[in-house]
Design a protein around this ligand. Sequence first.
Ligand code: PEP
Ligand code: MG
Length: 755
Amino acid sequence: MRDLSAGPRVLLKRLRELMAEPLEPQERLDRIVRQIANNMVAEVCSCYVLRSDGVLELYATEGLNKDAVHLAQLKMGQGLVGTIAASAQPLNLSDAQAHPAFRYLPETGEEIYHSFLGVPILRAGRSLGVLVVQNKAQRNYREDEVEALETTAMVLAEMIATGELKKLTRPGLELDLTRPVSIEGDSYSEGIGLGHVVLHEPRIVVTNLLNEDADKEIRKLVEAIGSLRLSIDDMLSRREISMEGEHREVLETYRMFAHDQGWVRRMEEAIRNGLTAEAAVEKVQSDTKARMMRLTDPYLRERMHDFDDLANRLLRQLTGFSSQSMAEGLPTDAIIFARAMGAAELLDYPRGNVRGLVLEDGAVTSHIVIVAKAMGIAVVGQAAGAVALAENGDTAIIDGDDGKVHVRPVADLVKAYEEKVRLRARRQEQFRALRDVEPVTRDGKRIKLQMNAGLLVDLPQLSESGAEGIGLFRTELQFMISSTMPKADEQENFYRSVLKQAEGRPVTFRTLDIGGDKVLPYFRGHEEENPALGWRAIRLSLDRPGLLRTQLRALLKAAAGAELKMMLPMVTEVLEIRAVRELMQKEVQHLSKFGHQLPKKLQFGAMLEVPALLWQLDALMNEVDFVSVGSNDLFQFTMAVDRGNARVADRFDVLGKPFLRILRDIVRAGERNNTPVTLCGEIAGRPLSAMALMGIGFRSISMSPTAIGPIKAMLLALDVDRLAAGLNAALDDDAGLVSPRDLLVQFANDHEIPV
Ligand code: PEP
Ligand code: MG
């Protein structure tokens, strides 16, 4: 047999010529396998392509029975070819028939060939097919021959990926690359979007595969790696790194990979075998990815993502790709796929173009999710493997209601979802029609419906939803999406724009609620074992009075001449409120001393989120102008269940007796003390629980703006006094077995209340 190591360059040169010729796809493929067989002095060369039904079909052969083309097939995992595709690993055998996986296909006439070398045709670590050479004589193929065949397989991967082979596919069948996939994730933000995939970290499609001058390509590679290393060092030396979702640990891993000599050597070898620098990066990336995908250790799998990201960066460097050109080509119905992403990066996309966001990582309380929700974008998180399974421009459906993502969906599914979207739109239309209807219950009780907000992007929703005002403005969001601590004048300007855009409707600003799960990248406290019970919200503000005073001053100045409504998060003792009031007084004095105009009225409130306050209700009500129940935290602390931990968060019922009784006690304390009480947690936005709140006496609630319509529809059909009678009796009955939830559902059914 001829020495193959001299061969790959010659072979690739021939393949390049073949790719450029105006040939029909079958003819091109036939010539390619003939060329490979000749060059490798193999009696057989065959190409199998993976179909969407998981079958590997023989697409071309030199040496086997030609009649078997498009007939011979093996399932994924079946026979030698199926094993290679399933494992994404080459098989190099001197006696193929002796291998336990060998499967005899009589139509091919392959029984006379003993030695067998097969490699996967890979793209982004996924098997698209298998390329095989066979010889009669028993022999072992050398390492460099394996490498040469792998390099050649890249050319076929390109042919499959560009869709050229689609024309050879029998009607009714599809290639695997176009296979529809569904990914199960978690629902982070409701909504349904049909559109096209946009990879946030775009994968470069390498089209320039074969080099003319290996030395030149190696120089290009070395140069690009040099700048890549520098850019990583540079990012590591910056303080605000975690804003980009690029935490120090990840960057350290990047640095380690970027200096890995084995990686560089493998890429250089691929270039010597005839690939361009960028094709070499892609080949090694694909091989490595295929190998690492099988790892079960979650830590190592995570590192695979890091490696993949790094290789993508290198590819972008080599091809001079710019995100500018990407933004220009952004589809108007983009569904963004990202492994992880910073909130600021999402705001960089033109808002009208984004229909959904798919994250492989993320948590429902992460700030990107908060921002996406504020923008009304559907979000699915924890969508494992989504980025690798999708290609830029693929059709996709995001189902934020059920936490599902469908990539390249079949026509029937698209139709079903289009119908769903139409239904939603019709419902939205009905809710919109209620926008200017006064929220009065059937028995004539006027209910105050406000919305929660935290960013300027929320503000247009005020008039769109028909909310009376903002019952909770989470001021920490501005801090969370900023890469440095917002300065005093930035805060002031921000609050001023909020008030301006609210056009006279009341806005309740909550002072900074950071700590716990709300982390500021530039403000790191100590690692805490129990952050929810840790140094957060008002505790942190009182320990850092400078921070709080800056905010108070910004609020006072922004509301000059108007009414300022503000409240404090996570109060545990009434004394804490007094301490903030004193700081506030100092700020007021300071501002008047320097001739600043002050707000014409100040309303000072507290959030009720910590159960300890339940035993200080009268003292609390005497101390403040209003109380707002933060039911998310109050429930978490009352039931001792972490609100962000899916395993326990839904374990106990918010509509169970204990919690409803607590809420009712708060309302009664408000009535006793003549102190307005409102509630701004998530339960305010769900019709059934909002109905329960009305039943126990709430007359004011604040929720996400999209909930205003459904809640109003519920109220218009509700007879509160009637519900109150039944619900209060059930809550007072210690021995009673009827769950309040069942009672509420029954009541809604009996009275045709939309919940
Ligand atoms: C709450 O705890 O209910 C609340 C409204 O505050 P946040 O969700 O911001 O903690
Ligand atoms: Mg809270």
